[in-house]
Design a protein around this ligand. Structure first.
Ligand code: ZN
Ligand code: MN
Length: 477
């Protein structure tokens, strides 16, 4: 056991899902678009421009903050954060400094060993995004389509102690933002990025040592790898009696698998923050809050608890079903239409999602709607077709065509024969023609019975109701 422990805090930036930018009417739909189409005098910072606050961005920011259990002060304001960089045409970012939209939240995360841990959230504030730079041989290309898009920055307390905890926290935040519709948080489209602060200290120490902030991690994999690397690096430095002497800002390359020094960390003084003179302070009334609170749906953690308590589902199944809001809603819809919730779990997780996964299709694009799947499950429940027929024959066609399962079963001539006289006739015939197996059974070989059941099922071409076959065979023997 190492005598050191790591102290980790995360800042994350997530794009708020709105149609237009934070302070102007430009579209936010700029992924894969020609550069510099979605720009105007406001987001390009022309002299005399006047920004206007995007109401929808504020509302979604508040909903996200409430979902993260944050307090929403009555007043908040915007501030200018001044710095020069070619991706920032205004010369400043509009952010929130000392009066943010929300403060003092927390979420629960599940640790690898299944234990729960609470991570405190310092604040969630609003700001606008910078542009995108692409470095090419001989120069740099500037694309300002993203400039001015609405962001929420979520800052955690330094409550995490390992790379795994930090990744679990980041995943849970992504899930929560998607659940409440505040952000699509799609990392491949750059909608969510992390900065991780890492320091180490000897276990039992109370003070915080100097930290390294690793900038711009844009996948869970880089987040975990960069933190793990930086913890090791700092422990080695501490062991050599060479600990960090200042706070530093670091970069990370996925290719090299290493963090590298960028600069000594800037303090807030360096940004010369001052209140944004072109925007009024924001007031959130009690009535606004009550209205927005109604928009916060049941959170993933609450759902997981409910699935376990109400329906006795297993943790692995619950994890799959609550992985995103759409899947959870799909599952709940199916459950509302059938008798046994556990049947929905098995059909969704082991049949439908497995197939969709193989074909790389999203559940929301599946032809199998919740209603159709529920109907199929209910047909099995009511003994109209067997479980095998449902999974092997009806499901595939429903999956490919979106056709109604009852129709498919009828077309294929599938039905479960529950007519006892028909089944009894087949049983008698099988007993007659397999006397040696019957003798085995009577001499105590239990497996022989299963063999006879199999023969009857085969003779009925899979249509006999297995429960009735069992009963009749037992009776006849
Ligand atoms: Zn604009
Ligand atoms: Mn920021």
């Amino acid at each position: 056991m190492s005598k050191y422990e790591a102290i980790i805090g995360l800042e994350m930036h997530a794009q708020i899902s709105t149609k237009t930018k934070m302070f102007c009417r430009c579209s936010t739909d700029s992924f894969d678009k020609e550069p510099n189409l979605n720009v105007c005098e406001i987001c390009m910072g022309f002299p005399g421009q006047l920004p206007v606050i995007n109401r929808e961005a504020v509302r979604k920011g508040i909903v996200a903050a409430l979902a993260l259990n944050c307090k929403i002060p009555e007043f908040c304001k915007f501030d200018r954060k001044n710095y020069f960089y070619p991706d920032l045409p205004k010369g400043y970012q509009i952010s929130q400094f000392d009066k943010p939209l929300s403060v003092n939240g927390h979420i629960e995360i599940e640790l690898p060993d299944g234990k729960m841990k609470s991570i405190n959230i310092t604040r969630l504030h609003l700001e606008d995004d910078a542009g995108k730079l692409t470095h090419i041989p001989g120069g740099t290309l500037c694309d300002y389509n993203r400039t001015g898009e609405p962001l929420m920055e979520i800052v955690s307390e330094p409550d995490m102690r390992s790379a795994e905890e930090a990744v679990a926290y980041a995943r849970e935040i992504q899930n929560i933002l998607r659940y409440c519709g505040a952000s699509d948080a799609d990392m491949e489209k750059g909608m969510m990025r992390f900065d991780a602060s890492v320091s180490v200290r000897e276990k039992g120490e109370k003070k915080l040592n100097h930290r390294a902030e690793i900038k711009n991690l844009n996948s869970f994999r880089s987040l975990g790898a960069a933190i793990a690397y930086e913890i090791d690096r700092q422990i080695t430095l501490a062991e050599e009696d060479q600990p960090l002497k200042t706070d530093v800002t670091m970069g990370w390359t996925d290719d090299g698998g290493k963090t590298y020094f960028l600069r000594e960390k800037e303090g807030s003084d360096d940004y010369r923050y001052f209140p944004e003179p072109d925007l009024p302070p924001l007031v959130t009334t009690k009535e606004d809050l009550e209205e927005l609170r109604k928009l916060v749906p049941e959170m993933p953690q609450q759902k997981r608890k409910r699935y376990s308590e109400e329906w006795g589902l297993l943790p692995d199944d619950i994890r799959i079903l609550t992985a995103d809001l759409y899947t959870a809603q799909y599952f709940e819809k199916v459950v509302s239409l059938i008798t046994d919730p556990k049947k929905a779990v098995s059909f969704i997780n082991t049949v439908l999602l497995k197939k969709l996964n193989e074909d790389q299709i999203a559940l929301k694009d599946s032809k199998v709607t919740a209603e159709l799947l529920a109907e199929l499950i209910q047909m099995v429940e009511e003994g109209k077709i067997s479980n095998n027929q449902a999974k092997a024959q009806v499901f595939d066609e429903m999956y490919n065509t979106g056709k109604n399962p009852a129709k498919i079963a009828a077309e294929k001539g599938l039905e479960v024969v529950s007519d006892t006289s028909k089944i009894e006739a087949i049983c008698k015939q099988i007993i007659r023609t397999n006397q040696n197996v019957v003798d085995d059974y009577k001499n105590g070989k239990d497996r022989a019975f299963g063999f006879l059941v199999g023969l009857v099922m085969k003779e009925s071409r899979g249509k006999a109701n297995p429960r009735i076959v069992n009963e009749i065979l037992k009776k006849l023997l």
